[in-house]
Design a protein around this ligand. Structure first.
Ligand code: LLP
Length: 446
């Protein structure tokens, strides 16, 4: 988190709290989330991103993407900061419900929602269900009929934009499982199918082009194509949808190589494009095709930088690489079970010695976990002081998004707690798993 810093004595602190004291009180490994940082990023999206849309379409909404990280405390922060929430499973919906998240501000995603997930979402009264296939359109319509209500739906559109990101997290290109493709008129047919159902209310179009994206080019292209389809639906099917969602995917800095876009710049550029496209369609007359309200779904850019993972060093081992080169392998008490991103996406992280400063010369280190795989890497390359030793603490920043969310109990490893830090106080918001928790699921054989 940006609020992690070294005090005058060189001690690492977060939101005014000594990191070593956190480790002593709560143990390691632990995810430490800076509540103030999270809230400030959420607010920056709500205010700075949304402001430029005021004159274009009466404002914009920000749906925090819970898939990046969700628990009831975070859902409450999101609600309090005035954001909406994107959930993509019955489990995430259950967290939102337990947090008392306002139903009308929830959007529900997924390419294969179960019947009971759809029923639960409609029953709770979510503000939008993003439909992803013709099968699902009929399914949502039928369940809405059963419940005697009209379901608000958005259509997920595959806009055919190649976002420059890792193949596994790019979603706007054609040959993948999400959405209705624009080419060939499938998305238009989806709109026709939705409009044919009396129990469905077509709220608008949605597209998500990928994740960890650093320029607005892909979003602009996607906005242009969605506006085009929106106009086509208005002209050919006579329906004016009130919303357009451009998805999430705004990148964050994991290392100094990344320069993330600021919410304000994203907002300005997208408001500009949306405004211009609608002028072009409406022939300068916005009355003809009313400009829908724009929304986005950032996850990573809000929660990612707010969190760091705290580990304790267990072993330190020099490994000769030949040519007089060597590397120190520093093993910590977690690894791919609490952060699978390096193994899964070759994601880069950095780290720092957290319990003290050292004047020892820096040596090339690789921070690794405790799991039974050589790919179990926490930080690929980092310069750490040569005297780094067992018992030292290592902090890895930028672990708020898709770390706890993608965590596992690999090797029967209980998952770390999530600690929220605010005003010099730390509080457990998700408790540490125990071996007993794991054993409780194992009911044996009779
Ligand atoms: N909206 C939709 C429909 C999404 O599918 C996603 C992410 C988001 C919003 C939020 O994207 P964000 O702003 O967080 O980039 N596990 C991968 C990321 C997968 C993203 C999946 N969808 C990772 O660790 O990089």
């Amino acid at each position: 988190a940006d609020s992690v810093c070294r005090d005058a004595d060189g001690r690492l602190t977060v939101a005014g709290l000594d990191v070593e004291a956190i480790a002593r009180e709560f143990g390691t490994p632990a995810y430490v989330i800076d509540e103030g940082d999270f809230r400030a990023r959420a607010r920056a999206f709500r205010d700075d991103f949304a402001a430029p849309f005021d004159t274009v379409c009466g404002g914009a909404d920000v749906y925090y993407a819970g898939k990046a990280f969700l628990c009831t405390a975070v859902a409450k922060w999101v609600a309090e900061e005035g954001l909406s929430l994107d959930v993509c499973s019955g489990g995430e919906l259950a967290v939102a419900r337990r947090a008392g998240f306002p139903a009308e501000r929830i959007g529900f995603h997924g390419n294969n929602k179960s019947l009971s997930e759809i029923r639960d979402a409609l029953d709770y009264g979510v503000g939008r269900i993003v439909v992803d296939s013709f099968v699902e359109i009929d399914r949502v319509a039928a369940i809405a009929a059963e419940l005697g209500l009209v379901a608000p739906v958005m259509i997920r559109v595959t806009v055919g934009v190649e976002a420059h990101t890792h193949e596994f997290i790019a979603t706007g290109h054609e040959d993948q499982k999400f959405g209705f493709s624009l080419s060939g008129g499938q998305a238009l047919d989806a709109a026709r199918a939705v409009l044919a159902h009396e129990t469905l209310d077509l709220r608008g179009l949605h597209s998500h082009i990928g994740s960890q994206i650093f320029d607005t080019g892909g979003f602009e292209m996607s906005a242009r194509r969605l506006v085009g389809l929106h106009a086509q639906i208005a002209n050919e099917l006579g329906h004016h949808s009130p919303e357009i969602d451009l998805g999430g995917g705004f990148g964050m800095a994991y290392t100094s190589q990344h320069t993330p876009l600021q919410p304000g710049e994203i907002g300005e550029q997208l408001a500009d494009i949306v405004g211009r496209e609608f002028k072009a369609i409406g022939d300068g007359d916005l009355e003809k095709v009313p400009v829908p309200r724009v929304s986005i779904e950032p996850g990573r850019a809000i929660v990612g930088p707010s969190t760091f993972t705290l580990y304790e060093v267990g072993t330190v081992k020099p490994v000769e690489l030949g040519d007089h080169h060597s590397r120190v392998y520093v093993s910590v008490d977690g690894g791919m079970s609490d952060n699978v991103r390096p193994a899964l996406y070759e994601a880069d992280y950095s780290c720092t010695l957290a319990n003290r400063t050292s004047d020892a010369e820096p040596v090339l280190a690789r921070v690794v976990g405790k799991h039974c795989e050589s790919g179990d890497i926490v930080v690929q390359d980092e310069w750490l002081p040569a005297d780094t030793q067992p018992g030292d603490l290592i902090a890895v920043p930028g672990t708020g998004a898709y770390c706890r969310a993608l965590s596992s109990q690999y090797n029967h490893t209980p998952r770390p707690p999530v600690l929220a830090v605010r005003d010099g106080r730390a509080q457990v918001i998700v408790r540490r798993e125990t071996i007993d928790d794991l054993l409780a699921l194992d009911v044996g054989s009779s």
